[in-house]
Design a protein around this ligand. Structure first.
Ligand SMILES: [Zn+2]
Length: 181
């Protein structure tokens, strides 16, 4: 699904950070197709159903689409937290009840930082975070969350400084991801 939609590119890429990588992942490119988003939401939903969450909470923007689809799969509401003055917060009248069982849903988990921050938003409202999930886990299993965590696709994409890049050393042409052929 990722390859088909151009969300996973393999080759030799110059990332916006300036680092080089043999792979490039952009979850939004797979989630732009509602049928893919729905299928991924259903697959995640099957993994997290035993957690009995009554509300899905996602961080904007990356988590909104997949959060909606996991909510659809579980038959529960899906809300999102967004940044205001740098801090994630519930806006638009979204609210959580004390003790409400919340599942945090993300597109990609890398360090787990935004997942933890989203969990804190739920905790601050008195809700109980029963678990977290993501389509892609790039943490290498090191996200270190203290709730059950599920992901559909564990993936580590290596990065190199241009000087240390083995693809450059082999003379493989480098390109910018997203540039159309
Ligand atoms: Zn390179």
């Amino acid at each position: 699904m990722f390859r088909q939609s151009g969300a996973l590119l393999e080759g030799h890429f110059r990332l916006s950070s300036g680092l080089h990588s043999p792979g490039y992942l952009q979850c939004a490119l797979v989630l732009q197709h509602p049928k893919h988003a729905e299928a991924l939401g259903a697959a995640l939903g099957a993994l997290v159903r035993p957690l009995d969450a009554v509300t899905v909470l996602s961080p904007a923007l990356g988590g909104i689409v997949i959060g909606q689809e996991v909510g659809r799969a579980l038959g529960v509401r899906a809300i999102f937290a967004e940044r205001q003055d740098g801090a994630l917060t519930l806006r638009r009248g979204f609210a959580l009840d004390p003790g409400e069982k919340v599942l945090v849903v993300e597109d990609v988990v890398t360090t787990g930082g935004s997942t933890r921050e989203t969990m804190e938003v739920a905790g601050a409202a008195g809700a109980v975070v029963v678990g977290a999930c993501a389509v892609v886990d790039r943490s290498g299993g090191t996200q270190g969350l203290d709730v059950p965590f599920h992901a559909l696709l564990p993936m580590e994409v290596r990065t190199y400084s241009p000087e240390a890049c083995p693809l450059c050393a082999r003379g493989v042409p480098v390109s910018k991801p997203g540039s159309r052929k």
